[in-house]
Ligand binder design. Structure first.
Ligand code: AVJ
Ligand code: FE
Length: 439
């Protein structure tokens, strides 16, 4: 099926525009000192992300796709993420905030002109407007990164958003059985899927049970109260070492206050809401909780089968609810809210088997290492995925409240080191099915 090129152009333009609106919000809601400061050695100054967004757009859309002369080749190296680790970025000769805003606007003006004329066929970079979709996703990914920087920033709140839907009184089962059998994992047809999601390939996934919702703060508190952080039995050795070295007692941003847990969220301190998916846990914490609960993290293939497998047709769908693009009724995405929604929310977004909140709310740690699919080919640059394979990174799936729909789908793969907790990470658990129940 070929899509009308004018429709593709419109989609690309609106994805770029949505990303820019968000970038603008995240880089104008604080003053100059907060844009150039390093709020955590784990993060770049916000003004680095801003100009890096423009520089990637210049390199791929202006120079490579548009064939235009470089605008600022002199700053390529400053904004090369591989040349400078995050901790070193504040001391680089960065564009000042007003220069960075001017630079990204200048690049965007030229890119919209290129988008009007570019052929949207004739090679993998152009087909379906892939390069434009890739750059919109890149900007949205950095917007999520900047939102993490905002969460780490000290000081009064600057961001606000309406509350997500409250806890529903509907009763749903705690877990569901996903039947065993082959499953088509990954994609060869999703037009803006990134290289690591490709190609589609068959996987045999034996029957398993998976939680219908992410693990809640209340459930996680029971792990804490049961002495979970004091018992090496539940922890991978490297995770136990992190617990001891940093004296971890709870998720990042939590603080004990007399008899209750408080948390800091975008500049506001509040009681930890028991019915919300747990957030800001490392892979080690997720893994330890699962072991304490007598369960385990789902593998990446199990997660994707739970999210995409339609038992009625045997087909892999784009999303748990079907092939339709996400709407606000399906999932908590796109920074519409500044927190995950209560567990069990979004009945319209559930999978055919009744698994909820697979998309949105919190990134979900899986048991799996970040590795290439059979037939993987790096595209269009090795540094997006390939250099991270087999390097101790764990896969996260499903996206958080901070992910834009353009960078979130049933096949989308994220990854990070198992010690990381500043990201919008949570998890759900799984277990093997009783082999006697499979027949
Ligand atoms: C896919 C989220 C791990 O932020 O490091 C941004 C995305 N790659 N610029 C990251 C990315 C290049 C990447 N993650
Ligand atoms: Fe980047």
């Amino acid at each position: 099926m070929t899509i009308d090129p004018e429709l593709l152009r419109e989609r690309a333009a609106s994805a770029l525009l949505a990303a820019r609106d968000r970038t603008h919000l995240l880089t104008t809601c604080v003053e100059h000192p907060d844009l150039v400061a390093q709020h955590s050695p784990l993060m770049s100054p916000l003004v680095w992300d801003l100009a890096h967004i423009g520089n990637q757009e210049e390199q791929w859309l202006l120079r490579t796709v548009g064939g235009r002369e470089a605008l600022r080749p002199d700053i390529d190296s400053v904004y090369d993420a591989f040349e400078h680790p995050r901790a070193a970025r504040p001391s680089l000769p960065l564009l000042a905030p007003d220069e960075a805003h001017g630079y990204v606007a200048e690049v965007r003006g030229r890119v919209l002109d290129i988008l009007e004329r570019a052929p949207l066929h004739g090679g993998p970079l152009l087909d379906s407007g892939f390069a434009f979709g890739m750059i919109a996703q890149h900007e949205q990914q950095h917007d999520e990164t900047m939102l993490i920087t905002h969460q780490l920033r000290r000081g009064p709140a600057v961001l606000t958003a309406p509350e997500p839907p409250p806890l529903s009184d509907e009763i749903i089962p705690a877990e569901v059985l996903v039947p065993g059998g082959p499953f088509l994992m990954g994609t060869s047809t999703e037009p803006w899927a990134l290289d690591n999601e490709r190609p589609a390939h068959r996987r045999l996934v034996p029957a398993f049970l998976i939680d219908t919702t992410p693990v809640s703060n209340g459930a996680y508190q029971r792990f804490i109260e049961a002495g979970g952080y004091d018992d090496p039995r539940w922890w991978e050795p490297a995770g136990w070492a992190q617990v001891q070295e940093h004296k971890l007692r709870a998720p990042l941003f939590w603080k004990r206050d007399g008899g209750q847990w408080l948390r800091r969220r975008f500049g506001v301190t509040e009681p930890v809401p028991p019915d919300e998916p747990v957030l800001h846990v490392s892979w080690y914490e997720a893994d330890a909780y699962a072991r304490w609960a007598g369960r385990r993290l789902p593998t990446e293939a199990e997660w994707e089968k739970a999210a995409r497998h339609d038992p009625a047709t045997g087909r892999a769908m784009r999303y748990p609810w079907g092939d339709e693009d996400p709407t606000p009724a399906h999932a908590n995405l796109g920074q519409r809210h500044l927190r995950p929604a209560a567990i069990g929310s979004y009945p319209d977004g559930q999978s055919p088997l009744g698994v909820r909140q697979l998309i949105g709310d919190v990134w979900e740690w899986t048991a799996s290492d970040f590795l290439p699919y059979p037939g993987f080919a790096a595209f269009p640059y090795r540094e997006y995925s390939e250099v991270f394979f087999g390097d101790g990174h764990k896969v996260l799936r499903g996206g958080s409240f901070a992910v834009d729909p353009v960078a979130c789908r049933g096949t989308f793969r994220n990854w990070d080191l198992p010690v990381r907790r500043q990201i919008f990470s949570g998890f759900r658990t799984a277990r093997d099915a009783d082999p006697m129940a499979e027949a």
